[in-house]
Write a protein that binds this ligand. Structure first.
Ligand code: ZN
Length: 313
């Protein structure tokens, strides 16, 4: 207790307090007849916990270094992405994953209205084959490194199950596996960040499909790829990046995000003449229109339909 910053246990207790307050508030709401889920705060094991702690107090950022209470000045591996000027730092959260340490900051800052630069609108189809297809023809493939990393994951998983539980070699294998898992997650995260940043920089409005993700998860073939793409995460990033873009990055952008109706037939409709097909098999990668003769990539057709939702209405 005395070795670590007093903030670490304090902030953890604050989290617990918030969890209980939320719990009791929901209990009250349920009594009042609202349909809310009431869940008792879940115990987080030290062994399986999130592996993070929060610090308040004197936090300073230098170029390439950060100063935290009790820990002193620490060197940062990545440089230039933390705000150095014009911000009020509230707290810092330090977390660990697979042997790597991270720090994130909660800051208070002035947010200007985005500059209304003239940029086009776009429809975006999030896909199974491609990560994202934009209606202007641009597309983003799923990262190639992902497949390789996933293969390694499977191999390491087998190694872990062959080791004797509790042995030193078991521990080593578990650590290797955790590292591989983190790598897969990071590759995926990076790809999604690249696309969403590109979109808010180049477009002023974006239409996305409002997919019924939980319904699709039941379909086993789709489940893997939908999980891969991380649709929810994609939408979340677009929405926050569109409104808010860190000033320490170049430029300032505004981008609105719209969701198409859940039943909008973005894949089945022809983007040229508007005729809707009765059915379109999932494996069919090219869209052929019997009515006007259009032949186009399936995902591109869907993206164009989504864009037209904005431009036509
Ligand atoms: Zn057509």
């Amino acid at each position: 207790m005395y070795e670590v910053s007093k903030c670490a246990p304090q902030e953890a207790l604050r989290d617990l307090d918030r969890a209980f307050k939320n719990f009791f508030r929901r209990v009250e709401e349920k009594k009042a007849g609202k349909s809310v889920k009431v869940g008792f705060p879940r115990f987080k094991s030290r062994k399986k916990g999130v592996g993070s702690f929060r610090l308040t107090g004197t936090i300073r950022i230098f170029n390439g270094h950060i100063q935290l209470p009790r820990l002193g000045v620490l060197k940062l591996k990545e440089k230039g992405y933390l705000p150095v000027t014009d911000v009020h730092i509230l707290n810092a959260t330090v977390s660990e994953r697979a042997g790597r340490w991270f720090v994130s900051l909660q800051v208070e800052m002035e947010i200007r209205d985005p500059e209304g630069a003239e940029r086009p609108v776009a429809g975006v189809d999030l896909g199974i084959n491609r990560l994202a297809q934009v209606s202007d023809g641009t597309y983003f493939e799923n990262p190639r490194a992902l497949k390789k990393a996933q293969k390694k994951l499977k191999r390491l998983q087998r190694v872990v199950s062959r080791r004797q539980k509790g042995s030193a070699n078991y521990q080593k294998a578990v650590h290797q596996l955790a590292k591989a898992h983190a790598r897969v997650a990071n590759i995926r995260k990076n790809a999604v960040h690249q696309v969403t940043t590109w979109l808010v920089r180049h477009k002023s409005a974006i239409v996305l499909e409002d997919l019924n993700v939980s319904g699709m998860m039941k379909n086993h073939h789709l489940a893997q790829s939908i999980a891969d793409v991380g649709l929810h995460e994609f939408r979340r990033q677009l929405q926050y990046k569109g409104k808010w873009y860190p000033p320490f990055h170049r430029g300032w952008y505004g981008c609105e995000v719209f969701l198409a109706d859940r039943f909008f037939p973005s894949s089945k409709q022809c983007s040229q003449c508007g005729v809707v097909k009765d059915n379109l098999r999932l494996g069919q990668r090219t869209y052929h229109c019997e009515h006007c003769g259009l032949v186009i990539d399936r995902d591109w057709n869907a993206a164009l339909n989504l864009e037209q939702l904005l431009t036509v209405s």
